[in-house]
Ligand binder design. Sequence first.
Ligand SMILES: *Cc1c(COP(=O)(O)O)cnc(C)c1O
Length: 397
Amino acid sequence: MKDISQKPRSPRTLAVHAGTRRSQYGEVSEAMFLTQGFVYPTAEEAEARFIESTREEFIYARYGNPTVAMFEDRIAALEGTEDAFATASGMAAVNGALVSMLKSGDHVVAGRALFGSCLYILDEVLPRYGVDVTLVDGTDLDAWRAAIRPDTKAVFFESVSNPALEVTDIAAVSEMAHAVGATVICDNVFATPAFSRAIDLGVDVVIYSTTKHIDGQGRCLGGVICGTQEFVRKIAEPYLKHTGSAMSPFNAWVMLKGLETMDLRVRAQADTAWKLAEALVGHPKLTRVIHPHLDSHPQANIARAQMEKGGTVLALDLAGGKEAAFRFLNALEIVLISNNLGDAKSIATHPATTTHQRLPQDQKDTLGITPGLIRLSIGLEDGADLMADIMAALDAA
Ligand SMILES: *Cc1c(COP(=O)(O)O)cnc(C)c1O
């Protein structure tokens, strides 16, 4: 079979072809190997495979599966990492990357502006097992400098935070972490593999919730850990395969097909998101429009330098607080009230009462999760239709 990875290829080519394993039938579209187990020709072969197996020899789908391997190789090629491990959800990837490399007594520094479940792992789970976690304002390089110690084992951040879209200076934080030998783990969901090369900026381990832009059509949960062969196979894999974090072959197949169209989709979505953000600036019902590439964004320069486009999500802060936010949501006709993002369907979320409901008020304040904040994930609908829908809902608010 022709191996397209023999020459350097651009990301859009890799997203369509990398990692493909064709069966003896020569199928064009990737086969879905919906099997838990694999047959060994002999008892000796079974024994040998349990001692050591290659990437083309499978044992059990919790350890690996050909469809899952295709997805792992494709996303690794796209991300520019040696290897990747696919997981059942984005959170399985975040938890697996951290827990597999940490032990009691280790120190971790993390940006405080995190997706609710990421915060739960860093703030509650890891400390319970004796990991010392320091949370910092991820936009403040002095805070990172003060928190990173000679014995810091890992740093963790969302390159663009959920939901207030704070931006971390990836290169600067990575440099500080590497100075003490710490591993840099970046949750890069909002930047998407299309707009950012986190690895080139110094990140060691890149994590995606593939539930978001990689599926991109709201069907399946999934996650992936991209990194060196050493990290993925020697550190993460033993933990992940024995604790049951595997991605299902069906979901891997959906994600493979999702990668083929991801670049086109997220560019179209990001272009509409940018037009909407620009048009909404100064609207009388809004106190803030948040989008990483807007001049008013405090880290706009960093966002522009490390992300080719500003992403598919923007956030609006309604002057009238929760009541106005609810009137806005209830008046939307095209944009759905839900909580996924990166979907072909535009989605509006009220973080204060849903995804971030359980945070105490002072934490909501620090993270900018105000009563009027709406997170808008822009989909593939016609931009003018979305604009009309959002403008009408703002009138109603
Ligand atoms: C959604 C999300 C996750 C979790 O992903 P799941 O697939 O829902 O488990 C983690 N980090 C960020 C930034 C997210 O947006």
